[in-house]
Ligand binder design. Structure first.
Ligand SMILES: Nc1ncnc2c1ncn2[C@@H]1O[C@H](COP(=O)(O)OP(=O)(O)OP(=O)(O)O)[C@@H](O)[C@H]1O
Ligand SMILES: [Mg+2]
Length: 242
């Protein structure tokens, strides 16, 4: 269940989720060209990666090509040169290319959201937690292991939305989490917990960047509201003891 490709395929089958998944294809030269022509900015990531490792941001601008990996940036005059360099980075690992989302920023740093969704003791999917992750300066991933900072969602949204609109956005994200759980479980029956990585663009569209099937619960300890972490652990224990 670690293949991002397999999970993406399963999610695409639900029409109410489909349009929130950035176009994703397997990495090869023809697809790289096509995706850059279509979107100008794309992300490349290992099919089975984690912690944001190996994730790259690639762009095409004014006839030049470039990519960023960690804080390293490289620039190229041709697609061929770009592709050769990326091939060195990806080595023999299976990679995906995904439409790049221009993530909203908080004090100049990109952020995304982690939405925790669990099968509750009544065997129904329930969104149990939500937390923002702010990337370290100049970084392209928000993961904690890559210097990202956890932050309450309300604080991040307050810069971009009124209080009432932010509350409505959170409700919509909770529902999206539940829909995603139901859809994935129909394909993977053992599934009990998921963590959605959701990126917001300027229009506040919630793009599902990835769905994790063993999401880290401990990040929720960083929220001021301790009841969130307690509930997440309670639900997790309820399943283990069966
Ligand atoms: N299409 C995209 N557009 C913009 N940013 C992206 C995109 N895909 C990934 N990112 C950024 O890179 C981060 C890492 O990507 P992703 O979650 O897909 O892989 P991962 O973190 O390595 O996997 P895991 O969450 O299991 O550790 C995301 O949290 C997000 O900040
Ligand atoms: Mg992730």
């Amino acid at each position: 269940m670690s293949s991002k490709w397999k999970k993406t395929e399963a999610l695409l089958r639900n029409p109410s989720i489909r349009n929130l998944i950035p176009k994703t294809v397997r990495f090869n030269k023809a697809q790289l060209k096509k995706m850059l022509d279509n979107y100008r900015m794309v992300y490349a990531k290992p099919d089975t990666g984690s912690y944001g490792n190996g994730v790259m941001r690639i762009h095409q601008k004014n006839g030049r090509f470039g990519y960023q990996h960690g804080e390293r940036m490289k620039s190229f005059a041709s697609l061929d040169a770009l592709y050769e360099a990326l091939r060195q980075e990806t080595k023999h690992r299976s990679y995906l290319i995904q439409k790049g989302i221009h993530l909203l920023k908080y004090k100049g740093s990109r952020f995304d959201l982690r939405v925790m969704v669990q099968l509750n003791p009544n065997k129904a999917w329930e969104t149990t937690g939500m937390i923002g992750r702010v990337a370290a300066r100049r970084k392209i991933v928000t993961n904690f292991h890559n210097g990202g900072t956890p932050m309450p969602v309300s604080r991040l949204l307050s810069v971009h939305l009124s209080k009432s609109k932010a509350a409505r956005k959170v409700k919509a994200l909770e529902k999206l989490g539940v829909r995603t759980g139901i859809t994935l479980r129909s394909k993977f029956p053992g599934l009990r917990v998921i963590g959605l990585d959701v990126g917001l663009d300027h229009s506040l569209t919630p793009w599902i960047l990835e769905v994790n099937t063993s999401p880290d619960p401990y990040i929720f300890r960083r929220l001021p509201d301790k009841s969130v972490f307690r509930k997440i652990m309670r639900y997790a224990r309820a399943h283990r003891s069966k």
